[in-house]
Write a protein of this length. Structure first.
Ligand SMILES: Cc1cc2nc3c(=O)[nH]c(=O)nc-3n(C[C@H](O)[C@H](O)[C@H](O)COP(=O)(O)OP(=O)(O)OC[C@H]3O[C@@H](n4cnc5c(N)ncnc54)[C@H](O)[C@@H]3O)c2cc1C
Length: 360
């Protein structure tokens, strides 16, 4: 039997993969479970033409310290481009990996598996419980439901949950967490998002990023190809990004209905672009997309050995325009891993019996 410390990570998005990479490299026995059939979470990519492209628009900023340092550590170079932003008009430098963000996700997965870690897809965590032995050592048991209607239980020394704070509360009835702590997590609210990525025959404008208030069903247009080029996508990439509440009629509308609504608003803004200019499109819905209301205090460790690494815990942007950014989540993932690694080091140190010096 292995005496390595084990960690179960819920979610194979950026934060789950960063934690997995750090802990697998530090010698932990790492298991990652992901409810979807693919990795990346909000940063997932799909093959478009001959390239991998994010389903939601992503770029790097010069201020993304933790993210840029992760990229450097993983040997990924970043290309920087000038971009024009409307709304709060300005020119900004934005960064992109030569192989897209799929290259970051892939290299993290490679590091995890090279260091003995495992990633299981189509595996949804439904319940986490804990028990402790006579010495007070806590062990977690995580119950998972598989897509083929099977089930699985994973026992581990640590758990890192990277889904939304609300999903964590729903899975954590078997944990000794106070009602007050649960209430604070439940008070963190999220907006859902509905985004459409279009491959167009032509480019609608020279602007990279355009923000709207209430004039359209979406609130952002991102002209990806204006800045990062058409590469081998087979056309110009334009994203229409909208946020909504899950009680909005749009949330349960069909993809075609949503596309009709989004495209007719887009066409009013850019009459030159016609439906016949669309080569292909893909719609993505995310239930927990942007945090609306943040907690007043740090809530990332609800129990010893248990951590929540979720965007909902880190405030970015302004109250009017809240944002979730990769940099904050990478930084939190780094901190959590550092805490886990140093806690096992101090356990090892206390369990070592220091030999007495000769002659005493
Ligand atoms: C439209 C949009 C554009 C963005 N653009 C940028 C940008 O340009 N720059 C930037 O810095 N950031 C951007 N972001 C934010 C960025 O995408 C996120 O900060 C980052 O991807 C969050 O990663 P994560 O791993 O914390 O969460 P997620 O990506 O949400 O990953 C969590 C994973 O956990 C899985 N999961 C959840 N519950 C369970 C369960 N019970 N069992 C098993 N698996 C589970 C989910 O399926 C998911 O894969 C953008 C976000 C959006 C919505």
């Amino acid at each position: 039997m292995s005496d390595r410390r084990s960690v179960l990570i819920v979610g194979a998005g950026l934060s789950g993969l960063v934690c997995g990479m750090r802990l697998a490299k530090a010698g932990f026995d790492v298991d990652i479970v992901e409810e979807l059939t693919y990795p990346g979470g909000l940063l997932a990519s799909s093959r478009i033409g001959k390239e991998y492209l994010e389903l939601l628009p992503h770029h790097l900023r010069k201020t993304d310290k933790a993210l840029l340092s992760l990229a450097k550590e993983e040997g990924l170079s970043v290309d920087w481009f000038d971009s024009l932003w409307y709304g709060r008009a300005s020119r900004r430098k934005v960064g992109y990996f030569p192989g897209g963000f799929a290259s970051l996700i892939n290299i993290l997965i490679q590091d995890i598996t090279d260091n003995g870690g495992r990633i299981s897809y189509s595996t949804t965590v439904s319940e986490i419980s804990s028990s402790s032995d006579e010495n007070g050592k806590v062990t977690y048991t995580t119950s998972c439901v598989l897509n083929n209607s099977g089930s699985l239980e994973i026992v581990s020394d640590y758990v890192i949950f990277t889904g939304s704070c609300r999903s964590f509360v729903n899975c954590s009835h078997g944990l000794p967490i106070s009602i007050n702590y649960r209430d604070q997590l439940m008070n963190i609210t999220y907006k859902a998002s509905i985004s459409i990525m279009m491959v167009l025959k032509r480019c609608p404008s020279e602007v990279y990023h355009q923000r709207f208030d209430a004039s359209a069903p979406f609130n952002r247009i991102v002209n990806h190809s204006n800045v990062f080029g058409t590469r081998s996508y087979g056309g110009n990439i334009v994203y229409l990004v909208g946020t909504c509440s899950i009680s909005d009629a749009l949330w349960i509308a069909s993809d075609e209905e949503i596309m009709d609504k989004y495209f007719s608003a887009f066409h009013k803004m850019y009459p030159v672009i016609k439906k016949s200019d669309i080569k292909s499109w893909r719609l993505t819905k995310n239930r927990y997309s942007v945090t609306e209301k943040y907690p007043d205090q740090q809530l990332y460790s609800p129990a010893p050995g248990m951590f929540i690494c979720a965007s909902g815990l880190i405030k970015y942007g302004t109250d009017e325009v809240p944002e979730n950014r990769m940099d904050g989540i990478v930084s939190l993932a780094n901190d959590i891993c550092e805490k886990i690694i140093s806690s096992t080091r101090s356990e090892e140190n206390t369990s070592v019996i220091t030999p007495l010096a000769e002659g005493i």
